[in-house]
Write a protein that binds this ligand. Structure first.
Ligand code: ADP
Length: 592
């Protein structure tokens, strides 16, 4: 595995290597050239010196004057600081500026000498056994015609050249190191200049990775890096815009979801909750805050819902059913579930939509009961009427006039009953219709007046049973009412009180205020009502004592009408009763 290193530590050593290699090769090459130059120069000097003394030596060769040659070599050698040697063609040394020629070896085989003896200029660099040091030798032949009479050899110790070269090399080395140092500093600055923008981009990328998309990358002065930095800045701002859009969309989606009345739950194929809105949590009575990614089977303990989720996911088909949730009170929820598909038409889970239909179902039940009740209530007198009419048709009318008259009276009573039911039903329908425009019908009225009218209407009926009607009401008391409707409600309550009370009893009407309410209470001394009937007493057609009610011509709609009228006045009704002792029905109206 390659080790990750900083970019600068990849570039800088390369620069250094290039500098060092270039310096070494340049220094090596130039040193070599200088050395060559020096040696050539020295060789040329030696050759010149040899040629300069050629004539002098030639004069001493015929006849051969070894002594004079010896002296010449000594004097010349001292003058030019060059060793001068004269060698005869047989290799014998006859003169040498540095040594006694008598003690010197035969020089015939020295490479420069043998070259000169062939007629050319010989040269060589080698170790001198005589002087015990490296020497440069140049040898030229001394000719007379075609004959070679002797060889003049000039030589200098090579060490002096080497010393000079070394001095130059040392100087070069000093400047080389100085140049290398300067170059390495320059290389470092250059490397930093190259790597800094890249480093800045790395820092920028780290900011972006952390989500800090507002970070602005400085634009470097290099063309390629500048366009890269601009692209990265563009990318960051586009990314930020997209993220903002996504966040906004998610917020909108969540706002829509949480403000929906319908409960919405999305689950994945593993039955884990992807999202759930507030309405769904309330309907299912869940308080847990973090439901995301939790299993719906564990978090929502409702077997009907759990089963429907499983079936929807396995069948990938929509389903709908009403489920019951048992909490403080039972709630009926309509549960629609449908499979969720992504853009590639792959099933990614299911969507559940919950509607609280408790009230709707209750109303449906009430409606069904109402239709059944109306039918039943109407059918009973009709059946009776039909029976008596058929009997009359079959001959009773002519055969037995007294009986016929009795039958006709029964028929008439049942027709009245039918009439009463229809009247009450129409009243109810009218009151329900008034719901919207009641505000315009309400007027501030003295309540005593209204109650007195109702008493007048019931007085004769009360008198028949010797029931006294007593009123306890402040004459000044005013309240915002629809006079006709409230009168009807009071008549209904008074009618019931008279109807169900025993003879020679008392019915007392009391009007007063209690906190923010005004109440109209009708107390009777009748049979009272068993408490099991109380919750349903104000429903249409509900009767506590069916036989008695029918016998007394009741329709079962009187209290339902009272309740509706009270509600139209933004009020309510209540009943307080003790079996065998009497009942108190009250209308409570808000104090304007
Ligand atoms: P109905 O026409 O049968 O009187 P209501 O709606 O007026 O119908 O009353 C419903 C039932 O409540 C009656 O059938 C009766 O059993 C009972 N009820 C109403 N008022 C009284 C009362 N003052 N005393 C006893 N029972 C009453």
């Amino acid at each position: 595995m390659t080790k990750n290193r900083k970019l600068i530590w990849r570039i800088y050593p390369s620069f250094l290597l290039i500098i060092v290699v270039s310096l070494i090769s340049v220094t090596g090459y130039t040193s070599n050239s200088i050395r060559k130059f020096f040696l050539n120069q020295s060789e040329k000097d030696l050759k010149t010196q040899a040629f300069l003394i050629e004539d002098k030596v030639s004069a001493l060769l015929s006849p051969l004057d070894p002594k004079a040659i010896k002296e010449l070599c000594n004097s010349l050698g001292k003058a030019v600081v060059t060793r001068i040697t004269v060698i005869l063609p047989d290799g014998k040394v006859v003169g040498d500026s540095d040594e006694n020629p008598d003690f010197m070896d035969n020089h015939k085989n020295r490479p420069e000498i043998s070259e000169a003896l062939k007629g050319g200029v010989g040269s060589s660099i080698r170790y001198s056994g005589t002087l015990s040091q490296n020497m440069m030798y140049v040898a030229i032949p001394v000719k007379s015609g075609d004959n070679i009479d002797a060889v003049i050899r000039t030589s200098v110790p090579i060490t002096s050249i080497e010393d000079e070269l070394n001095a130059i090399l040392k100087e070069r080395l000093f400047w080389g190191i100085l140049t290398a140092l300067l170059a390495s500093i320059l290389a470092l600055i250059l490397s930093r200049r190259i790597t800094r923008p890249v480093e800045e981009m790395r820092i920028g990328a780290e900011h972006y990775a952390r989500g800090d998309l507002n970070y602005y990358l400085p634009i470097p002065d290099t063309l390629e890096l500048a366009s890269l930095a601009e692209s990265m800045n563009d990318m960051a701002s586009q990314l930020e815009n997209r993220i903002k859009t996504i966040v906004n969309q998610r917020n909108e989606y969540e706002a829509v979801l949480s403000s929906m009345i319908e409960g919405v739950i999305a689950v994945d194929t593993q039955e884990r909750i992807l999202s759930i809105n507030q309405a769904a949590m309330e309907m299912l009575a869940i308080d847990s805050v973090n439901l995301k990614h939790q299993s719906i089977q564990e978090m929502i303990r409702n077997s009907e819902l759990q089963k429907q989720v499983a079936v929807t996911l396995s069948k990938k088909a929509p389903l709908e059913q009403d489920i019951t949730v048992h909490h403080d009170s039972d709630r009926v929820l309509n549960l629609k579930s449908l499979p969720l598909f992504n853009a590639d038409n792959l099933n990614i889970g299911a969507l559940l939509v919950l509607n609280d239909v408790t009230r709707l179902r209750l109303l449906e039940d009430i409606r069904k009961d109402f239709v059944a009740n109306v039918s039943h209530e109407l059918k009973t007198p009709l059946t009776t009427i039909k029976g008596f009419v058929e009997t009359l048709i079959n001959g009773s009318l002519t055969e037995n006039p007294d009986e016929s008259l009795r039958f006709m009276k029964i028929i008439s009573r049942h027709v009245d009953r039918l009439n009463a039911i229809i009247e009450d039903l129409l009243s109810l329908a009218r009151i329900e219709k008034l719901d919207e425009k009641i505000e315009t019908r309400l007027e501030q009225k003295e309540i005593r007046n209204v109650i007195e009218t109702a008493i007048q209407l019931l007085q004769s009926k009360a008198d028949e049973k010797n029931i006294s009607l007593e009123l306890d009401c402040d004459a000044e008391l005013k309240v915002k009412i629809d006079r006709t409707l409230l009168e009807q409600a009071i008549v209904n309550l008074l009618d019931n009180a008279v109807k169900y009370s025993n003879e020679s009893s008392q019915v007392r009407i009391e009007v007063g205020t209690d906190h923010a309410e005004m109440f109209i209470s009708i107390h009777d001394q009748g049979p009272g009502i068993h408490k099991k009937h109380l919750p349903r007493l104000f429903e249409r057609f509900y009767r506590a004592d069916k036989a008695r009610s029918r016998e007394l011509g009741g329709t079962g709609l009187g209290l339902a009408i009272v309740k509706h009228i009270a509600q139209l006045h933004s009020g309510r009704v209540s009943v307080h009763t003790v079996q065998g002792k009497g009942s108190t029905f009250s209308i409570h109206l808000p104090n304007a």
